[in-house]
Write a protein that binds this ligand. Sequence first.
Ligand SMILES: Cc1ncc(C[n+]2csc(CCOP(=O)(O)OP(=O)(O)O)c2C)c(N)n1
Length: 534
Amino acid sequence: MRPAALDAAAPKRVETRMGEAMNGAESLVRTLVKGGVEVSFTNPGTSEMHFVAALDRVDGMRCVLCLFEGGATGAAEGYARMAGKPASTLLHCGPGLGNGFANLHNARRSRMPVVNIVGDHATYHVQYDAPLTCDVESVARPVSAWVRRSPDSRRVARDGAEAIAAALTPPRGVATLILPADTAWGEGGPVAEVPPVPEREKVEPDLLKEAVAALRSGEPTVLFLGDLTLRDEGLGLAERICARTGARMLAQVSNARIARGGGRVPIERLPYPIDLALDTLKGVKNLVVVGTTPPVGFFAYPGKPSSLAPADCRIVALCPPERDQLDALAQLADALGAGPAPARAEIARPEAPTSGAIGSEGIARMLAALIPDEAIICDEAVTTGRAFFPPTHGARPHDWLSLTGGSIGLGIPMATGAAVACPDRKVINLQADGSGLYTAQSLWTQARENLDVLTVIFANRSYAILRGELAGVGANPGRKALDMLSLDNPPVDWVSLARGYGVEAVSVSDLGELVAAFKTGLARKGPFLIEALI
Ligand SMILES: Cc1ncc(C[n+]2csc(CCOP(=O)(O)OP(=O)(O)O)c2C)c(N)n1
């Protein structure tokens, strides 16, 4: 169904207040703003100059310059996680889109809405195969739920409105709109309304019955959760279901956003390492899955299964991500006659440590003690961060954002986008050094926009996780192989790097110093970086 506004015959000429014809770029920007897209994370080129100029003429669109396209796409993903609605990107031709690909992949995996705008050559210029000519659609398709190339300037606004709807259509995703330069400078059509977004379908009644039977079986049962179930309402429903049935709730390994702390239900995640994951699900006879898909290994490992549930486990894929996840849990709770949430003892908050070597355990204790109210934790801590979850259940209320697509280099951009979305909340980026170096230039955007982000770099100066993976896949490492996993020669100087991008920074090598620096960072408003030498 389409709203009347889109079907109405377009007026002959759409004019700006100055009486000039509005160009395609301006019609698009006005459409985006009207459709609730208020931020553009940009890295433009010549083909996007009219779009850039239009951003200037239209009120209501904040433009945030990113120095690398992976910074722009990662920021759009972080923004969507916290704002609950899409930002737009502005990328330059196929190569710019290619640079932004990895974090669009992460956005696809976290099912975040992004209006991904890619400028391209003018329609009539493509045939000349100029240097930046590239098959943009083929780059876009693997990460996009929707791809469209606007055919002419009068269609751009309507295509922009449809891109917003496509990004928001459940389960939500990346909508890529390719904008040939002449569609931006040619005469625009009317500002368009966003078409209605389809409602989420309810779960299938037969599956609901199966899930109820599984939960009533009295056998070891796991309620396996992802996506929107991991916010307050979903966690509350899951807790009631588990209290009623004795099932165990478990979140998938990596999640776009989990509401934690401040007395909320403490939920554990399925561990990343394959043996720990298999162990966690050992003996489970029923797995009821809501808001995600049944668990699989991140990779294949020789001699180990790809599907992580035991072979004799009944899997009820009750609610895939595109369906109504909260309704699924509510219907389950009703069908099971679940009572109110049980009383739960408050989890004590520890004191921050005062000395010792910097390691996972001490850092977790520091976080448990010091995470401020309503902080946003952007977690790309990789190996150092594996043990952070259990000790921080009792921290003050916060949201925890993880790397969902396994494509590293999201942390600093994601923190940037989250801070743009929530200027009144402290953003804490727990950042492994190797991953941070993929997109470190997003620190410059944090400085330029004065974003309230405290970054802690866990400088173990290695690709530590891959050392474990070498053993995991049964490879036999020699010196050359180990050299590929080592970042200590030369060591990266994060303090100089951060200062070079305009972010104040300190380096610490003891837990007491880390805690003091962390407190300093929390007390400031604006970006600050701590290099924690591990
Ligand atoms: C885009 C991308 N490139 C490469 C990889 C492979 N990879 C996975 S983890 C990793 C190194 C992570 O090192 P670091 O961020 O320092 O974390 P640590 O394990 O040392 O804590 C690499 C290169 C990946 N996952 N994604």
